[in-house]
Design a protein around this ligand. Structure first.
Ligand SMILES: *[C@@H]1O[C@H](CO)[C@@H](O)[C@H](O)[C@H]1NC(C)=O
Ligand SMILES: *[C@@H]1O[C@H](CO)[C@@H](O)[C@H](O)[C@H]1NC(C)=O
Ligand SMILES: *[C@@H]1O[C@H](CO)[C@@H](O)[C@H](O)[C@H]1NC(C)=O
Ligand SMILES: *[C@@H]1O[C@H](CO)[C@@H](O)[C@H](O)[C@H]1NC(C)=O
Ligand SMILES: *[C@@H]1O[C@H](CO)[C@@H](O)[C@H](O)[C@H]1NC(C)=O
Length: 421
């Protein structure tokens, strides 16, 4: 009983372990000049003896289902191997292992590959029908963008996929390299670069390639992220210092995509906000203290708007003009003081009687002459004033006498006259 059971099992397994070839993978894409592994295993009835193993590639015009053999990539009779594949293939050549390694892959290797085995039996021939499809990635790379937005615009917060591929296929083997504006993105090693939530910082030109090689995509692709204005700030241009009379230009700068369409300038003074301009620049031809205040601008595009930081303008009165004004005022003051002092000195000299007596000037002589002339005639007592006027005569002045002395002389005359009254 036991033996019968064993015999049955053996014959069953022999029947079950019939003809088969399995390939892995069924389709593969590799880079030019690289190597590729066709993983393969096969089976055949135990009582057969294996005679021939071969890998073949149907020619372009032949059937691609394995029914036509084409050229031999590998053959257990080495002479059968096609010239194109000689010295480029390594066959596993172990029990029921038909794996094949192909080196230095080129574009001409693109096609279908089949394994076939033949035994000592006449009908002992079998080809694994599925075969392996080999594709060769021909550089350059190109970048394609997949985004949920149909119009091609990418907005902040959206998710995008950048795919690095070649014209016909993209090998899974890496590592890949991604570049943004020609700078390597060190964390990206896959052939797909996924950005789950796009920000304005992701705007830029992208290219890809293989790490540690100089093969990069032929052209860059612009990730055109649309965003509202950011970093809105004011730059001040002046024709010198921020001084009275100088020209001032305020420039509203920002980062926005698409470009800013509307600018608005605001001025705040004494808690009063007013809009003062609608250009990217706001100019003041000749600054004055009227322009003092706080300024800010608003930049707007299709995506939104943002206010700038507030700047404070304080127009200075130039310091050198200050100095001139002070100096002039000071000079005037000094002159005024001098004039007053001079006047006082003169007055003092006029009032001092001592000087009259001490100085024996010709003025004294003059008074004597006047005395004589003023002598009244007895008959005209009532008309004495007339007489005084008529007879008042000064002697011809001596040219040697200084002017001040003449003045002193006059003063004497008048005082004497009043004294006489
Ligand atoms: C078949 O041979 C290849 C190459 O020698 C090897 O890498 C692979 O592991 C083998 N497969 C099996 C199932 O033994
Ligand atoms: C790879 O193949 C190309 C032709 O397809 C040849 O020019 C080159 O020398 C080969 N490289 C190696 C390392 O065999
Ligand atoms: C992207 O590339 C285009 C074309 O070469 C260039 O005009 C543009 O300035 C680039 N943009 C950036 C952000 O580098
Ligand atoms: C923005 O500018 C455009 C054209 O200059 C104008 O038609 C539009 O009314 C402006 N929008 C606002 C909100 O000021
Ligand atoms: C605010 O400024 C505007 C424009 O300069 C002016 O017309 C208005 O009278 C000001 N209001 C107050 C309360 O100062």
């Amino acid at each position: 009983m036991f033996f019968i059971s064993i015999l049955l099992q053996l014959s069953l397994s022999a029947v079950l372990a019939s003809w088969s070839v399995s390939y892995k993978p069924h389709s593969i894409c590799v880079f030019e000049n690289s190597s590729v592994d066709f993983t393969c295993s096969f089976n055949y009835p135990n009582f057969h003896t294996l005679k021939t193993t071969k890998w073949f590639k149907p020619k372009k015009y032949q059937k691609q289902d394995g029914s036509q053999e084409g050229i031999f990539v590998y053959h257990s009779k080495a002479a059968e191997i096609d010239q194109l594949y000689k010295d480029r293939t390594v066959y596993a050549n172990r029990d029921k292992n038909c794996s094949l390694q192909l080196h230095n892959v080129s574009k001409s290797d693109i096609g279908k590959y089949f394994f076939r085995l033949e035994t000592n039996y006449l009908n002992g021939k079998y080809t694994g029908s599925v075969g392996i499809n080999l594709d060769v990635a021909v550089l350059p790379f190109r970048v394609t963008v997949t985004s949920p937005n149909v119009n091609g615009h990418i907005c902040e917060g959206e998710s995008v996929k950048l795919r690095c591929s070649t014209e016909n296929c993209t090998p899974q083997e890496g590592p890949f390299a991604w570049y943004k504006n020609q700078l390597l993105l060190p964390q990206a090693n896959e052939n797909v670069l996924q950005i789950s939530s796009v920000s304005h910082n992701d705007f830029g030109n992208y290219s890809c390639g293989r790490k540690n090689s100089n093969t990069t995509s032929a052209d860059e692709i612009l990730l055109d992220v649309r965003y509202s204005p950011k970093n809105v700030e004011i730059t001040i241009l002046t024709s010198g210092k921020m001084e009275q009379g100088n020209s001032l230009t305020l420039i509203c700068k920002s980062n926005a995509n698409p470009a800013v369409t509307n600018y608005t300038w605001f001025k705040t003074r004494d808690a009063n906000i007013s809009s003062i301009g609608f250009d990217c620049e706001f100019s003041i031809k000749a600054a004055s203290q009227k322009d003092d205040g706080q300024y800010f601008c608003t930049a707007k595009n299709d995506m939104g708007s943002q206010n700038s930081t507030i700047i404070t303008l304080k127009v200075e009165v130039p310091s050198n003009r200050h100095f001139l004004l002070t100096a002039t005022a000071g000079l005037f003051f000094v002159i005024a003081v001098l004039l007053v002092l001079f006047g006082l000195i003169i007055r003092r000299k006029q009032i001092t009687p001592k000087k009259l007596h001490t100085e024996q000037t010709p003025a004294v002589i003059v008074t004597e002459d006047i005395y004589e002339n003023l002598r009244q005639s007895p008959e005209s007592e009532e008309r004495h004033t007339n007489l005084i006027y008529a007879d008042l005569k000064l002697p011809s002045s001596n040219s040697e006498r200084p002017l001040s002395k003449t003045q002193e002389g006059d003063a004497v005359i008048y005082s004497l006259l009043s004294y006489k009254e």
